[in-house]
Structure formats: structure tokens, C-alpha cells
Ligand binder design. Sequence first.
Ligand code: TRP
Length: 436
Amino acid sequence: MSTTRFLTGITTTGTPHLGNFVGSIRPSVAASLRPGVESFYFLADYHALIKCEDPVRIQRSTLEIAASWLAAGLDPERVVFYRQSDIPEIPELNWLLSCVTGKGVLNRAHAYKASQDKNLAAGREADDGVTAGLFMYPVLMGADILMFKAHKVPVGRDQVQHIEMARDMASSFNHLYGEHFVLPEAAIDEHVATLPGLDGRKMSKSYDNTIPLFTPREQLRKLIAGILTDSRAPGEPKDTEGSALFQIYQAFATPEETGALRQRYAEGIAWGDAKQLLFERIDAVAAPMRERYEALMADPARIEDILLAGAERARALATPFMRELRGAVGLRSLRTQASLPAHPKAARAAGLPTFKQYREADGRFYFKLVSADGRPLLQSTGFADPKGAGQCIARLQKDPDVIGTLNALSERVTLAPEASQADVELALHSLQAASS
Ligand code: TRP
């Protein structure tokens, strides 16, 4: 059975809150337990550097996020769970991808454009305070994803454009250098709600309206007491629509429990009582995890070991893959010389088919005509010497009577199994047009 590989990264700049739990941690941990799924989850600490210049906070957040995911049930035997900065192949791939990514594509990235718009609105220069790191953010993300040949990338809607960019990087690279990368797809879970925060807006660190996932019990009670409600008195019926309290409850409760609270809203439950219900519901979910979380936080060396073991598994894939990619682009040992024709890359970059010459174990000389996207079109029989093969190629490349040439050489070259005569004629015509 073929497995689907899921990969996602968590930027290490903050302390996990209930919104992260509902929107990302809980569904990702559940997904990792499904059969036929292989999961790669990592701490995106290189990405964190783009947003955060506080080293203490980066380290602290890395610890807290790792502890949170483990406390929430992530099984590091099952999931490849690692820290981005433990994989030196990722920044290496970042460079190769930078070289196939159009600057104009990055100019159009939403996150970069948002920073520019903000600057312009404030009367500043468009790129004021924008680092090259922020500009390159999507390429680093592409490296994260493409390195591990992920099929599906669970992300929020704000990240979908980045996944599309990663796809484009993969196709550009594959087009230039052959099929190396899997084209990833964003996976958006329609059922996962975004959680409102204390003030009713989306729960987000940037709005300062979060409830930390593992805040102590009494602190949790206090924070929940601060959730914004309307001013309806006890006994007055209340609206579930637009009630942050209700929406948060729903994210932690069963459908039956949610139905019961809806009923009590209609009957005019006092806000204080509703808050008490919410507090108890969340605490029932959080308490067992909180205990594991505190044990993990008290033993950072154990988390370090878990992450290093994850990095080792990740690098078992990344190291050989990076070697393959280096070879593909020509970062090669000089001890071995390529037997390819002079400029295959240039020809393929122009979308042209290429002739490939090679020698088989039988000692004879062969050639193939291969389309720009790597499909074999023509296959030769064996020649006693390279000159014979070369003359045959020259004729195919030069004689404008393509059909006549193919007929005349029918003992020497045959159509590849998947190719049609029309494919081959078209390919030869385009080669001739390009060289004239
Ligand atoms: N940019 C993502 C976010 O802010 C985090 C991230 C980094 C990521 N690399 C990734 C997500 C690769 C998915 C895949 O949420």
C-alpha cells in the first residue's frame, strides 16, 4: 500500500495557545495516527529568526512547542519530529531553489506585499525594515517541503500561496534537471474552526487575545472570566451566533454537550455560569496533557534527545537526496565526467528535446531522443562505433525531410514505446528550427 506523506512546520516564536491546539496540534496529532499516513512535523526555527530577534525567546519557544506537541500525544516513534536547524541540507536546498525561483514571484508573495503595504500606508519606503529573510521566506519553506517529498502540507489558508510557490519551484527544477521533486499540495481541513480569542477576534498572538494551552488551572479560570460577552442579564435569552464563549466551548465539547449549552443560552444562562461550564470543559481536556507538559518542561534534555533522534531519521533521507540534487545541477566530483552532450541543460531549458548517447554493457554505442520533459521518443539500435551513431544523429538533426529520414533509418532507430510518430516528427522539427 502506498502511504501519503504529510509534512508541516511550526514557527518557534510563541507559546502554544488554545487556538493552536484546536487549529493545528489536535488535528495533526490525530492525522498522524491514521493508517497509510506518514508524518513529518518540525519546529521551524530558521523561520522564527525572520520574526524574532530574541534568542532567549526562540529557545524557550522551541522547548514549549516541542513539549506541547508531545504532551498532546505526538508519538515520536511514529512521526518524524525534528528541528529544522538540525538539518543542514535544508539551507543547502534553499540555495538551489533560490536559483530556480523568479524574483518577481517572490515580489507577489502576500506576506511580503503586506509588509510593503503597511510601510506605504505609514508613509515609509516600501521595503523599510523588510529583511531579505522575509523576502525569501517562501523559498525556505519550499526547501522544507520538497526535501522530504511531502504529498500533503496541512496549513492555514494564509499559507496556501506558499505551497503553490513550492509546487512551482519543484516543477521548474524538475523541468531543468529531471524528475527529482514531488509536487506538494496544501491540505486544508474544512472542519477545523478558527478559534476566537478573548476579544472575539481570531485568537492570535498578534492580537494579544490568547489563552495559553498549558496555563495553570487558576490562571485558566481567570482568563476565561475575561472573555468578552454582551451585557445581557441572567434570565435573558442569549445568542450563540457571534458568541466567542460558545464557539470556544464547541471546539472542546461533544455535539451533545454543545446542544445542551445552546439550550441553556436560549433559557438565559448567566454569563458567569456559562464561563464556569467552559472552564470545566477546557480543563477536562487540558489537565491530563498539562501534567505531561510539566514533566517534559522539567526535563529539557529529554526533549533535546527526542529532537536529535528525529533529526537523525530526517537526515537519513535528506543527506542522500541532497547528494542526488547536487549531482543533478552539476555540483559534481571532477573524477567522473558526464557523458551527456555539450549543453543538455540549455536545450531542455528552452523546452527542446535532446539526443543522449551512451554505451551499453554489450560494448555497442546507442542513442536516444528524449523530450524536454524527459520522455523517451526514439531509440537506436547498437552501433559498432560512436561515429556511426553520430552520423545518424546528425542526419536526424539536419535533414529537413524528417519523414523521409525516419523511413531511411528505420533499421537504425525505432519509436520508443510511449511515443507516436507525430511526437517524434514534431520534436525533430523543433530541434531543426532552433538550430537554424
Ligand atoms: N510558514 C509556516 C507558518 O507560519 C511555518 C512553516 C515553515 C511551514 N515551513 C513550513 C509550514 C513548511 C508547512 C510546511 O505557519
